[in-house]
Design a protein around this ligand. Structure first.
Ligand SMILES: [Zn+2]
Length: 416
């Protein structure tokens, strides 16, 4: 590790340089925000990132199966014979199909698309970190791998980038991986939050069709009505969660789609429902995969109907490494003071495909509250809301954090 004097100097210089970049990365963030793109194909976003990284002396490659950007910064510090290692920093870049109502001056100009999860900030922060680190190339005892990722919002862009070979882009696998996520609620603006171990839930999907037999609404006995069966399934799923699963290993199940029928005096042929399922342990997930189809098929059969059940495994549990998380927490405290980091008491029921990276490389995931100053975080709209506002003020801190994580982690690796 760096000694305490140079560590304090590094804190001052990183914070100063990040502040000096504020205007530039805020401008980038606003341009990304005004032109949000959804999914795996983000050509205009990719173009903006490539322009912003131009001239920094990075080895840049773009995705073959998605509009990802992978950049490698080679450190030049004399490592005294130690073999240099690689640290991965990840920022996701995609937006959501949400109609923006936030009222900010740089609001989305694309109808039906909004950076409602703050990924525009992640992209700008990671560009800022690349600038801070490129200027400190001679202090880097290894390489930094920047992962600019599309398609986090349900498109599993991390898996696509893993298939594209992101982990091998620097020539050797990363020693550690760090991700960061801004929040429009959850804590006072500027607070960092993290925890070791399970940090975000795993996410699965459920698609069910109850197959009946259509008929006249006045003569349901001559039909097989799927509507009450679907209603019973919705209720039974909630009872299953509370009766079959340990309250200390929780499950969240929300039926977000329920559809049947065309006219009130017609018994429909089918009823359709879809749910999202969040769980916090591999054991709970395994049990859900068998318990849910059994429950639904049995209810349908009890009424003389049948149901097709599709259980779709989406994102795995996000599990951070205890040592890397403790390192990331001390990095935040070193940079911004003791009171800027809070240990999370429990995981979030949101899900993240950074979990895919953390299955391959030990790492940490930090939340950073971007609640605007003077706003009560308890009242402010959550991520994904059309009203969500993420404060530009956190951009330099996010960039400095990414940069410091890479600098210190490579030094740590070189000293071991
Ligand atoms: Zn997000």
């Amino acid at each position: 590790m760096t000694n305490s004097v140079s560590s304090a100097d590094l804190t001052v210089s990183l914070r100063d340089d990040a502040s000096a970049l504020a205007e530039q990365i805020t401008d980038l963030r606003h341009r990304l925000h005004q032109e949000p793109e959804i999914g795996l194909e983000l050509p205009r976003t990719q173009q903006k990132v490539l322009e912003a990284l131009d001239g920094l002396g990075l080895e840049i490659s773009t995705g073959t199966d998605t509009t990802s950007v992978t950049a490698v910064l080679r450190g030049t510090a004399n490592t005294g014979g130690a073999t240099g290692q690689t640290v991965l920093l990840r920022g996701d870049m995609d937006a959501l199909p949400v109609q923006e109502k936030s009222g900010v001056s740089y609001a989305s100009r694309i109808d039906g698309a909004m950076h409602a999860c703050g990924h525009d900030l992640h992209t700008a922060m990671l560009v800022g970190a690349a600038q801070l680190l490129a200027a400190r190339r001679d202090q880097l005892t290894g390489d930094v791998l920047f992962m600019f990722q599309p398609g986090e919002e349900g498109f599993d862009g991390a898996s696509v980038m893993l298939r594209e070979g992101v982990l091998d882009a620097a020539g050797r696998r990363p020693t550690a991986a760090y991700g960061l996520h801004v929040m429009s609620s959850m804590a006072d603006g500027g607070s960092f939050l993290s925890r070791p171990g399970a940090t975000m839930s795993s996410s699965d999907g459920l698609v069910v069709t109850v197959h009946g037999a259509g008929g006249h609404g006045s003569a349901p006995f001559a039909a097989k009505d799927p509507v009450p069966v679907a209603a019973e399934i919705v209720s039974a799923l909630q009872a299953m969660v509370t009766r079959q699963f340990d309250v200390f290993d929780p499950v969240v199940l929300t039926v977000g789609v329920l559809r049947a029928g065309t006219k009130r005096n017609v018994v429909p042929e089918t009823a359709h429902l879809e749910a999202t399922i969040r769980s916090f342990s591999p054991a709970a997930k395994e049990r859900l995969k068998s318990a849910i189809p059994q429950l639904i098929e049995s209810i349908a059969a009890a009424h003389g109907l049948w149901a097709s059940v599709e259980y779709i495994e989406e994102y795995p549990l996000t599990v951070t490494d205890a040592v890397e998380t403790s390192f990331a927490q001390s990095t935040v405290r070193e940079l911004f003071g003791e009171d800027r980091h809070q240990q999370m008491t429990h995981p979030l029921a949101g899900s993240e495909d950074f979990s895919r990276v953390l299955q391959e490389v030990p790492g940490a995931f930090l939340f950073l509250s971007a609640v605007p100053e003077g706003t009560d975080y308890r009242q402010s709209p959550y991520n994904h809301s059309p009203y969500a506002v993420f404060d530009d003020a956190v951009l330099p801190d996010g960039a400095a954090t990414y940069a410091r994580l890479a600098l210190d982690r490579l030094n740590l690796a070189a000293s071991n």
